[in-house]
Design a protein around this ligand. Structure first.
Ligand code: ZN
Length: 199
């Protein structure tokens, strides 16, 4: 990877041998390794020993989980908050594992819609709850830095499964509890075309 970064620097019109850039290929490679470490994470291992059988059927919410990801169209960051809720049927996930789960999927090349769906699907598969709700709010540097569609550089996506999809009251309760920065009441699907469109 370091040789590729050196070539990239030259292509950009830089001199990869000047002092300030000498160690840049090494640093960039290390940074990308970390930012894509989700490819090498094992979900089963992350959730290992963290699934508990309980007699609890109220909504579990973990909100304001900070995440940082890379848009797969531009390799530029998008970042923001992820809100996770589920209603257990008879199993719960250790609370500290939820942000870890978000990181596993955020630390890959992503589009915001897929990130949202993958977190929801993984929780659904792991504990088969009555419902799962995920809302992701993010700023896309590929849009705000490049000055395109500035009004849309902040995007909200959601995935609603089970009770959150079927019962408006459950969904509203969740949306009320997370108090979205950009209120989107009654939102059912990812609003198409909001996140990075890859131009
Ligand atoms: Zn992008």
């Amino acid at each position: 990877m370091q040789e590729l970064i050196r070539q990239l620097l030259a292509e950009l019109g830089e001199d990869p041998t000047r002092e300030g850039l000498l160690d840049t290929p090494k640093r960039v490679a290390k940074a990308y390794e970390f930012l894509t470490s989700g490819y090498r994470a094992d979900i089963d291992q992350v959730l290992n020993n963290a699934l508990f059988t309980v007699d609890y059927s109220e909504m579990v919410i973990v909100k304001d989980i900070d995440f940082y990801s890379l848009c797969e169209h531009h390799l530029l960051p998008f970042f923001g908050k992820c809100h996770v809720a589920y209603i257990p049927s008879n199993k719960v996930i250790g609370l500290s594992k939820i942000p870890r789960l978000v990181d596993v999927f955020a630390r890959r090349l992503q589009v915001q819609e897929r990130l949202t769906q993958q977190i929801a699907g993984t929780i659904q598969d792991a504990i088969d709850p009555v419902g799962v709700a995920i809302v992701v709010e993010a700023t896309h540097l590929c849009m705000s830095m490049r000055g395109v569609e500035k009004q849309n550089s902040f995007a909200v996506t959601s995935a609603m499964l089970g009770a959150f999809r079927d019962r408006a009251r459950t969904r509203m309760e969740f949306l009320e509890l997370i108090k979205l920065r950009s209120a989107a009441p009654g939102m059912r699907e990812s609003p198409a075309g909001l996140a990075c469109v890859g131009d």
